[in-house]
Design a protein around this ligand. Structure first.
Ligand code: CA
Ligand code: CA
Ligand code: CA
Ligand code: CA
Length: 305
């Protein structure tokens, strides 16, 4: 990084704008030869550092914004198998991984902060999370007791503190309260937030794209999503109606722009994902038949690409 900058400075001072741009341009080669490069014509998913110019002068360097699309998957309780897909399209699973035992609830996340979302389970009977750092068969990499499974707590996971690592949490329907922890270790919650009402289902995501994942709920009555941009008590910043009775919520960054948006999983004999790229009312941007009767929907960047 320093050497690239030094190389640029040296070349720039010798007037070699074009060769410098070719050397440090993105892999897409979108740098124009007149010395002007704007952020908008750089690929947001390029691993290259971004260089911002004005009038042929380097005015800023920005760390690349690496966002990867969340893609669909299901957990099949019969056989306890995750079936994950690397694109938001209909097709056979790209990844099939047996994990867990009967009665487990799926919960996925980037437990090690490497950019790839991997499988996990919550075993309510003993209030224990079992997390794995790869989407492969094997023993859990992390086992942690948290919450009150027998009391009905539902597992969630997210990057509450924005440090890149996803950690555990539970939503307690009986009191409509989130309990979030900033490490995947046993201990008291770091954050306790009351949000929602009886019957609501928890959802969590980065609704405003600032790098921190925050709370939300889905209210089956009226098919309403209530989203909040901080893990604090208060009114939802966003309220969106989407879907039809019987739909279940699924959220993710479907278009890889860094902002998480709503989605639905319509169960049945031939389940269908309905995904939307904005947190607004409207028709689905993506409609994807996937899964089988009894499956539970999950979403994540399974392959880190
Ligand atoms: Ca990971
Ligand atoms: Ca974190
Ligand atoms: Ca956020
Ligand atoms: Ca998005």
């Amino acid at each position: 990084m320093v050497s690239l900058f030094a190389a640029w400075t040296m070349l720039a001072s010798s007037g070699a704008f074009d060769s410098a741009l070719r050397r440090i341009g993105t892999k897409d080669g979108t740098a124009s030869t007149d010395g002007s490069v704007s952020r908008s014509n750089l690929n947001a998913n390029s691993p290259s550092k971004e260089y911002v110019y004005a009038g042929g002068r380097l005015v800023a360097t920005e760390e690349p914004t690496l966002h990867h699309a969340s893609t669909i998957g299901v957990y099949r309780p019969i056989g306890t198998i995750f079936y994950l897909r690397n694109t938001n399209t209909t097709g056979n699973p790209d990844i099939s991984v047996p994990f867990g035992a009967s009665g487990d609830i799926p919960v996925v996340g980037d437990w090690d902060g490497n950019g790839t979302v991997t499988i996990g389970l919550y075993r309510p009977a003993i209030s224990t999370f079992y997390l794995r750092n790869s989407n492969t068969i094997g023993s859990p990499d992390v086992t942690v007791a948290f919450g009150d499974g027998p009391g009905g707590d539902l597992p969630i996971a997210g990057d509450w503190d924005g440090n890149g690592t996803w950690t555990i949490g539970v939503y307690r329907p009986s009191t409509s309260t989130f309990y979030l922890r900033n490490s995947n270790t046993t201990g008291f919650p770091d954050i306790t937030v009351a949000f929602g009402a009886a019957g609501d289902l928890p959802i969590v995501g980065d609704w405003d794209g600032n790098g921190t994942m925050t709370i939300g709920v889905f209210r089956p009555t009226g098919n309403l999503f209530y989203l909040r941009n901080s893990n604090t008590a208060g009114f939802p910043e966003v309220t969106v109606a989407f879907g039809a009775a019987g739909d279940l919520p699924i959220v993710g960054d479907w278009n890889a722009d860094g902002t998480w948006t709503i989605g639905l999983y319509r169960p049945g004999q031939s389940p269908i994902f309905y995904l939307r790229n904005t947190n607004t009312t409207g028709d689905p941007d993506l409609t994807i038949p996937y899964g089988a009767s009894g499956d539970k929907a999950v979403a994540g960047d399974w392959d880190g690409q």
